[in-house]
Design a protein around this ligand. Sequence first.
Ligand code: GLU
Length: 303
Amino acid sequence: MDYNMILESIYTESQKCFGKGKVSSYIPPLARIDSKKYGIAIKTVTGEEYKIGDADEPFSIQSISKVFTLTNIFHAWGNKIWKRVGKEPSSNQFNSLIELEKDHGIPRNPFINAGALVITDMVCEHYDNPKDSLLDYIKKLSGNNNIIYNEEMAASEAEFGYRNAAVANFLKSSNNLKNSVQDVLDTYFHQCSIEMSCIDLCRACLFLANNGKSLEDEVLLGFRQNKKINSLMMVCGLYNEAGNFAWRVGIPGKSGIGGGIVAIVPGKLAITVWSPELNKNGNSFVGFKTLESFTTLTKESIF
Ligand code: GLU
């Protein structure tokens, strides 16, 4: 497969799609991002890398961080995590409180904010220094020691994080947070502020395409655990548009409102795209289109 040629053709073709979405504006450091940024990277399980455009430029990974907290704690704790968070898609907005009350404080899945906050609470319980340990884990997965928390971004998330604070308080009142609301929110806002490039994200997520193992054969997730994470990404990874993503793209993925989407072709590769203009569901407009073209041109979807 000539991935370089495919990336070039998608990159050129996608230029006409710019201007149709809107950069996230709920916090100032995200609102400032140049809407024309566009990068794509691929890493295959045989170790080859391909990239085009702004694929080396770090951007705010936002909700893509939910994959890393989840894989970290699932590997450490195993199935007991599912007593406190569900595995069903949600048709409500990612930061909704509606279902949480109906479901007695057990979030539908780990990729909506309520579920991610419960997972972050577990990370806070598991590590003495959760923020350091989480960053170390991501540095190790990506092989990049320069990955950082963007402190300005984290502070801004905290300043405007009324909705997340409401969700965290509701979880606490339902007995589904063990740590203080403040500690969990602080770790959560920091994980959202992590900056990585498309190529960092491909390297860090490649194990999900490789049966849970690094290319050096280290087990990062058991085979069955890996299958479960990919399944969850498939049904819950794109906010309340996961059905549309499955329909149009046909592979597991996880998006963030920084405009990144990581997607996995099981057994073959990880692909990441970054383009900050979002559609009305909070997913990268051009990113979505890029991945649709990718699976169409390569016929590398799981269906
Ligand atoms: N920091 C954002 C929030 O929690 C993450 C949103 C996202 O990427 O989905 O509201």
